[in-house]
Design a protein around this ligand. Structure first.
Ligand code: 13P
Length: 256
């Protein structure tokens, strides 16, 4: 059975005190929610707070509540001032790394070739990857949404089967990120089913069935239940609503 995941991408938000309060609030609530082993709850703080967040997760939740970095470098080490290597994330017991987010594609010009290297680095260092893809509004309106996502996925489709099993895909339509406009459950399901079909063609039906595909883009307590109810939507990658413990907990409840 494939994993279900609710992951929070904090982006460049919160300070240490706010981070502590948020993680405390969520973990306290999680102790009272019945989560089975197939569910992962992931906190994605800015890199400096990863050790703090990891250390705050109570031992009873260490299998369930995990942490994600928001980026890693494409090379193993060297003269890359300001960058963080995948091995360093692994060294501080980070579990996941988010790669391919549309903000990084846009502001840091990350393309398929670079992302392929980053994914390879992450997997070589025992991190699981949350790989983001998604079309812009112009691309959706032009009817090329499926071509765009297919092209973005080529950055991970040369992975071995063993490596691909450590990848979670997050479909995040750019027009839904931070806009308050959410994809309809039908739009999300349509793209998730398409992504799963591509994986089946590239790898196998069994691998496609076992791949977790998250939806991201203005997920909130008010829409999480109907989004997560879709057959191919296995959880969410949440931005703004992951910064408030009550909202994040309500979204988690929608996956249970
Ligand atoms: P919002 O939930 O704020 O739209 O952000 C989504 C996102 O970019 C998660 O990676």
């Amino acid at each position: 059975m494939r994993k279900k995941i609710v992951a929070g991408n904090w982006k460049m938000n919160l300070n240490a005190e706010e981070a502590s309060n948020l993680v405390n609030g969520v973990c306290t609530a999680l102790e009272n929610i019945k989560l089975d082993e197939s569910i992962h709850i992931v906190f994605g703080p800015p890199a400096p707070y990863l050790p703090l967040v990891k250390s705050m997760i109570p031992s009873i939740l260490t299998e369930t509540a995990l942490v994600a970095a928001q980026n890693c470098h494409s090379e193993p080490k060297g003269a890359y001032t300001g960058e963080v290597a995948a091995s360093m994330l692994s060294d501080i017991a980070c579990d996941y790394v988010i790669l391919g987010h549309s903000e990084r594609r846009k502001y840091f010009k990350e393309d398929n070739e670079l992302l392929n290297k980053k994914v390879q680095q992450a997997l070589a260092n025992d991190l699981e990857v949350i790989f983001c893809c998604g079309e812009s509004l112009e691309q959706r309106n032009a009817g090329v949404l499926f071509d765009v996502v297919k092209d973005q996925l080529t950055a991970i489709f040369d992975l071995s089967e063993e490596d691909f099993k450590k990848v979670v895909i997050a479909y995040e339509p750019v027009w839904a990120i931070g806009t308050g406009v959410t994809a309809s459950p039908e739009q999300a399901q349509e793209m998730h089913a398409y992504i799963r079909k591509l994986i089946a063609e590239q790898y196998s039906e069994a691998i496609a069935e076992n791949t977790t595909i998250l939806y991201g883009g203005s997920v909130k307590p008010a829409n999480a239940v109907e989004l997560f109810a879709n057959a191919d939507v296995d959880g969410g990658l949440v931005g703004g609503a992951s910064l408030k413990d009550a909202d994040f907990v309500d979204i988690i409840k929608a996956i249970v």
